[in-house]
Design a protein around this ligand. Structure first.
Ligand code: NAD
Length: 254
């Protein structure tokens, strides 16, 4: 498999290139905003303004992208033009961004994953089961990430919230943090985002009631887990027809 990597000098881009090297994958090209010839894992990183020309010239089997919403939407549009599959782990999209990615998915396979770890996929299933079994219990969700993370709550927290709300029969409101006079009301779901140090990523779903508490926690030990999942997804998507895919719906096939 020949992959292209965007955001190549970012935290995740570097990790993807390192894991790709461990796997002996061919790198078609690597780009990053403002790159000026630096190398990551022996791969020259080119300016992202060259992305479309490189895509046309190299035609990789898949592009693996961890950047920001604006960049990802532009990359998806170029991938649609050249029929190159795209796997993206970027988070923090607006509704318009998602619509643009879905639109690209009508021309080429586009796979979006807020979290490429298998443990988080298991956490989603475990949270759904716990919510089903404990319908009256209060739910609070806490996520913790490094101090450089831009979006809050995390993309993974939003996927977890969607799953929990979809499982709970009652209407529930998301309450982001609490301050002052703020008693718990009805079926609200408290959402808390912590940013500190170099923590890779932690997500906890707390269910409490009837003199007991259940905590379901996932901790990512290294960014390698996300890069491994993204490259597994790239191998999968390279053989799929054009469509808009979500990692959580295909992870069990990898
Ligand atoms: P980072 O800031 O370290 O790296 C992002 C890279 O993308 C940088 O090199 C930056 O220059 C580049 N970039 C950003 N905007 C750009 C633009 N408009 N054009 C061209 N290049 C651009 O961030 P990171 O920690 O590597 O995370 C990147 C994204 O991946 C974030 O959205 C983060 O939430 C997400 N993420 C997802 C997963 C997952 O499993 N899905 C795991 C970790 C991080």
């Amino acid at each position: 498999m020949r992959v292209a990597v965007t955001g190549a000098t970012g935290r995740m881009g570097k990790t993807v290139l390192a894991v790709a090297r461990e796997r002996d994958l061919d790198i078609a090209f690597a780009v990053n905003r403002g790159a000026d010839g630096e190398h990551v894992e022996g791969v020259p990183v080119q300016p992202s303004t060259e992305f479309e020309a490189l895509l046309d010239a190299e035609r990789p089997d898949a592009v693996v992208d961890f950047t920001g919403p604006e960049a990802t939407v532009a990359y998806a549009s170029a991938c649609a033009t050249y029929g190159v599959p795209l796997v993206t782990g970027t988070t923090g999209y607006s509704e318009a961004d998602i619509a643009a990615l879905e639109e690209a998915g009508t021309e080429t396979p586009v796979l979006v994953g807020a979290n490429f770890s298998r443990g988080v996929q298991a956490l989603l299933d475990a949270a759904e089961s716990a919510v089903e079994n404990l319908p009256e219990y209060d739910i609070e969700l806490t996520e913790t990430h490094h101090n450089g993370k831009r979006d809050a709550p995390s993309g993974t927290a939003k996927v977890l919230l969607d799953r929990v709300e979809g499982t709970r029969k009652a209407e529930s409101d998301r309450v982001h943090g609490r301050e002052g006079e703020a008693p718990r009301e009805g079926d609200e779901i408290g959402v808390h985002a912590r940013r500190a140090g170099d923590i890779t990523g932690e997500h906890e779903v707390l269910l409490a009631g009837n003199h007991e508490a259940l905590e379901l926690t996932h901790r990512a030990g290294s960014r390698d887990v996300f890069a491994e999942g993204a490259l597994d997804a790239a191998a999968w998507i390279a053989t799929q027809p054009a469509d808009y895919y979500r990692f959580e719906t295909i992870a069990s096939q990898l």
